[in-house]
Design a protein around this ligand. Sequence first.
Ligand code: SF4
Length: 321
Amino acid sequence: MKVEIKKDINRGIETIIKLKDAYEKKEIIDFINIPDEIIPHNMEKGSNQHLLFLTFVSGIAYLRKEEQLWNAARTTWGDENTSYVFNPEQVLKTPIEKLKKDLNQYNLFEDVLQARKWSIGHLLLTDKRRARKNDINIWLNMAQFLSDFDSNIQTLFKNYDNDVFKIIDLLMMEPYSKCFPEYHKRRKVIVWITRLKRNSNIILKQVEKLSVPIGVHIIRATFMSGSIIGSTTSLDLDLEDLCAEFWQEVYKVGRDKIKLIPLEFEIFLWILGKYGCSISRSDRLCRFKEKCPISEFCSSHKIEMLDGFIKINVDQKNKIN
Ligand code: SF4
């Protein structure tokens, strides 16, 4: 397919400003809560316990429904018999069969049959959800990793000069490379850092140099907002790289107006792509048109996504001068 792509940096800047404003007023589509932003009962936001909770769950937050995952995690925390699974030392002391049973108790580890059932129609050709047999290894590796840094996230970051690139490198290499899944590992690590940024005051040096971690929802939001337009497919172009570079450029040009770093764009774009554009475009009329904070930017034509393959053919309806 012939690739024709055009970037509109001003549209990107306006998109982020409008989404940020709507998010602060809780007016993005019908969206209520980010699944991982709901603080578990009896847990203080930003406490080390909260950061350990976010870290453990981020390790297995792949190839599954986010709402169910974080809900299961909160329920597991809420039961005094299973809450220990978020304590690295206790995880390492517990016999593996008991640990597995407790992690399955509230479907924090999803049943494989259940996962495959959900997969039908979504990932029929490449049922990668089977990869979650590795969840227990990820959980144990994560416990060991955290335990090596006194089970304290501040200590972990301090040991690496609070430099996000050193932390990312640490998790990409042995002996800690298996704390996150192989599936989009670097992106998963960056999403975890994004969660820490939203929920703590940990110093994160060089964080402004990280671009938005790109997944399908953010690709959809990027094109449906008209920030990038044109026609291409995921076979012809690396859409993740394209979008990551684009949002970094938007930051460089518009940072005085936007007053956010690229990692902070993630939440708005993710909400728009997941709860707005993804369920609204089976016909030509978006059912969120009235509620969408950037509806005047909404692109014409369409994006098709199936089992990892993405086909894009969009154009701007309304231009920014
Ligand atoms: S109006 Fe357009 S940009 Fe807004 S949610 Fe609908 S499809 Fe997405």
